[in-house]
Design a protein around this ligand. Sequence first.
Ligand SMILES: [Zn+2]
Length: 148
Amino acid sequence: MEKYLTEKGNEVAALPDLFTWTEDGVRLISAKCNSCGTYFFPAYHAQHRPGCSRDGVEEVLLSKKGKLASYTVQYYMPPPPFKTEKDITPYPIGLVEFPEGIQVVGIMVGCELEKLCAGLEVETTTFTLYRNEEGKDVVTWAYRVLEN
Ligand SMILES: [Zn+2]
């Protein structure tokens, strides 16, 4: 998966192979089984429908935008290995449905907790966890509400 950017500008991905930067913005790195049509995430976590021949898995980038299928608000800090410089509670975690039909969870940014509801349009973005010794922002993927 070397073909994908693991950093851009002052941001560096906390973990490789989960998301990347494209000209179209931040996109999750998924994979699709061309035999049974199943998408999975992370791309290295292959899942198939029962009886699938498991032939023809290929990496694909998920659409940038999706719809909020469900969410919850966390009032405690995420456990290790999650690492941040500051207390981020309370924070919403969203379950986002992408047009490809797969749902992926992530931290939500740029939204008011009271206005969250299923069906909101979101786009994939990044969330800064901490700044490393080289002065770069170590980021993970997140979702930004587009119509809140
Ligand atoms: Zn399959």
